[in-house]
Ligand binder design. Structure first.
Ligand code: ACM
Length: 484
């Protein structure tokens, strides 16, 4: 019998002895005794039998079957796969703001991710360099906010204009496509920072209130939403209302990362807000902003997610899910979780696939610690994992796909198996056997020799990547980080 590898590694693969003569699926049924994502796949002498706790779980069985077929061809063995994930949150993220990803290309990525049993797609479509979704209520968001006049991100220089965005019909189509594949879309509107494109369209809600252009450079920028004006919140609620219609899922990401508070500290309206609300720090003011937006989204039945800097004020609504990506020196997330909050783990050094393999190898992604230091006491609040791709330095699909695959598959196994992962050597062996799956889905993937680059090659890739950051850029980012 051919050795069979499945990614993510299932809980149990039980051999059945004889050959599986029937190649057709005899029965696919829901089993109410199963957990929502639990499935059983049986390859028997008389055919193939699938049971799942939900339609999505039945799909997982089919994904496993597809991988078995890929390895065994027509000679299917008799076996039973019994499986369920350790974590319910297995997300992948794509930044479509810095560089636009056409809908058809995005669907290809989603299809590939669903194959590895990801169940959430974090869709980052608004940032300093572009607002990329048609907004009916505030049309300048896509008419002005999607127009990026040039590309000076990293060591790249182009004066070409990028003005693409997703129409509402395209968004509906992508959301429906995800649903068919058992994937829930988590839209993100990043606030109160990373809003240069939004403010290029509606400057009156910014700290400065002046007309500013959509950014064409990478970095952290000073322009953030004014937290003092009531009109800011009316505007945000209006635009969220417009988006909620497109995104019927439970979760909504409101960003909260990298929001330098220089304007807030000198804005009389923001100061007044702090006084009135009894807020003693600018980070508490950010907590207030997130909580107000959260209250609105909760009233519309949604659960909110934020990046971990939003928890620095210590006053975040405990129902908010915090996505841990950066170093949290004071363990604010731990404190949030002790109040009942929950977390998604997406630490840069293991989850950010925009770094070359020479910095973040396939093994690094695989070996993510899903229970990071400081969060031990609140372990049950850890919902799962997310892998990410930021696109400042990614301008074509081949590069995007190669950066993601097979690293995203390693993240899928980290989330599915948690601490029960069989280890990198096992994963690598299975990934090699399953490599043709990428070709089948029309996806470019990094070749085996690039998965864990040797030291010299890793150094070369690192040096190449570093060319994207000048000494001045670094100084500016450091300055900004001090006022986040
Ligand atoms: C982030 O990478 N700025 C969340």
């Amino acid at each position: 019998m051919v050795e069979i590898g499945i990614i993510p590694e299932p809980k149990k693969i039980l051999p059945g002895g004889e050959e599986c003569a029937g190649h057709v699926i005899r029965e696919k049924k829901l089993n109410p005794a199963f957990g929502e994502e639990e499935y059983r796949l049986q390859l028997k002498a008389d055919g193939i039998w699938i049971e799942g706790g939900s339609e999505k779980a039945c799909l997982y069985a089919e994904m496993s079957l597809e991988q078995i077929r890929l390895q065994c061809g027509e000679d299917l063995p008799c076996l039973t796969v019994e499986d369920s994930p350790e974590y319910s949150w297995r997300a992948f993220h794509i930044d479509c703001a810095r560089h636009f990803i056409p809908a058809e290309e995005l669907k290809k990525m989603i299809r590939m991710a669903a194959h590895f049993k990801f169940n959430k797609f974090h869709w980052h479509f608004s940032d300093d360099q572009g607002w990329r979704i048609e907004c009916r209520r505030y049309p300048l968001l896509h008419e002005v906010g999607a127009v990026q006049k040039g590309d000076h991100m990293g060591n790249y220089d182009s004066e070409e204009t990028e003005d693409r965005y997703y129409t509402r019909d395209q968004v509906r189509e992508i959301v429906a496509y995800c649903k068919e594949l058992g994937v829930e879309v988590i839209p993100e509107v990043d606030m109160p920072g990373h809003v240069t494109a939004l403010l290029a369209a509606y400057p009156q809600y910014g700290g400065r209130g002046e007309q500013i252009p959509v950014e064409t450079r990478a970095g952290i920028f000073r322009d953030i939403l004014c937290a003092g004006k009531e009109e800011t919140f009316e505007f945000i609620e209006g635009l969220l209302e417009d988006l909620l219609e497109l995104f019927p899922g439970t979760y909504f990401h409101i960003g909260g990362d990298e929001a330098p508070k220089e304007y807030w500290s000198s804005c009389p309206l923001c100061r007044k807000r702090m006084e009135e609300e009894g807020l003693s720090t600018l980070q508490e003011l950010q907590g207030y902003v997130e909580n107000r937006i959260t209250a609105y989204l909760k009233s519309r039945g949604r659960t909110v997610i934020v990046w971990n800097e939003a928890a620095y004020g210590g006053n975040l609504d405990p129902d908010t899910i915090v996505q841990l990506w950066t170093e949290d020196k004071e363990n604010r997330l731990g404190a949030h979780m002790e109040k009942g909050g929950s977390a998604v783990i997406s630490i840069v050094k293991n989850c950010y696939c925009d770094y070359p393999y020479g910095i973040t190898s396939l093994q690094d992604v695989y070996e993510l610690d899903v229970r990071p230091e400081g969060l031990e006491k609140a372990e049950k609040g850890i919902l799962g994992t997310e892998c990410l791709i930021w696109t400042e330095h990614i301008r074509d699909m081949e590069k995007l796909e190669t950066m993601c695959w097979p690293r995203y598959a390693a993240s899928a196994e980290a989330g599915w198996c948690g601490q029960k992962r069989p280890g990198y050597v096992s994963f690598e062996g299975r990934m090699k056997r399953l490599f043709p799956v990428f070709e089948r889905y029309g996806i470019h993937a990094e070749k085996v020799s690039g998965w864990v680059p040797p030291k010299e090659e890793a150094e070369r890739q690192k040096a190449e990547f570093e060319k994207n950051f000048s000494a001045e850029d670094r100084q500016e980012v450091e300055k900004m980080q001090e006022i986040i």
